[in-house]
Design a binder for this molecule. Structure first.
Ligand code: FAD
Length: 168
């Protein structure tokens, strides 16, 4: 099974016998998270209306009760997890649409993540691509492409699908 996330297409190109025409394009959408200094003012998750390429700058809470905001969406050409602090002003303005009490200077850089996209910026959102023998002709191989959010939530269903595609 090829479940290499961001590297899935690169690995697929190295599998002998796999028709290259079955391998989708590979694009990267980076997301930044900022964390709120101190204890969270929220007791539950807050999801604003989704933005193109992502779910919008929503609030999640970590196990320590700290609030983090993100991810935003920026399209990148290579896998690079550097944190761009200049994105802070856009976070303040989008968070203030649902949390006007956000104090200047209270956001701190958190971390970044990169989503494996199947189409470039501006293209329609693509579903996960799960390819078995019927799609590519190679027995015993399943390729998973574009397993971005909500891939974690969907992981058990994805596993069921992969299991059904493999020979018993
Ligand atoms: C910013 C962001 C926010 C997200 N939020 C959510 C969310 O709220 N809810 C949700 O359900 N999902 C969310 N996701 C999506 C979720 O993280 C992914 O769907 C999930 O991690 C995909 O799992 P995976 O095992 O397919 O790939 P990955 O987790 O990417 O794992 C791929 C693995 O393959 C390994 N690998 C790569 N190349 C090779 C190689 N050559 N040889 C061996 N191993 C290799 C990598 O090291 C890695 O361990 C989010 C993703 C991002 C980026």
């Amino acid at each position: 099974m090829n479940a290499a996330g961001l590297a899935a297409q690169r690995i697929a190109h190295r599998i002998a016998g796999l028709p290259k025409t079955t391998i989708p394009g590979s694009y990267f959408a980076k997301g930044h998270y900022f964390v709120l200094a101190g204890r969270s003012p929220f007791s539950r998750l807050v999801y604003p209306v989704p933005a193109p390429g992502g779910l919008g700058t929503h609030v999640t809470l970590d196990l320590g009760g700290q609030a983090r905001f993100g991810p935003d969406v920026s399209w990148v050409d290579s896998i690079d997890y550097d944190f761009d602090e200049s994105r802070a002003p856009s976070f303040y303005s989008s968070i203030r649409t649902y949390f006007p009490g956000l104090v200047d200077g209270s956001l701190q850089p958190g971390y970044t993540g990169i989503r494996p996209k199947l189409g470039p910026a501006g293209s329609a959102a693509a579903d996960f691509m799960i390819q078995g023998r019927a799609d590519h002709g190679v027995a015993g191989l399943v390729n998973l492409y574009g397993i971005e959010s909500p891939g974690l939530t969907a992981s058990l269903a994805i596993a069921d699908r992969v299991g059904a595609l493999l020979p018993r």
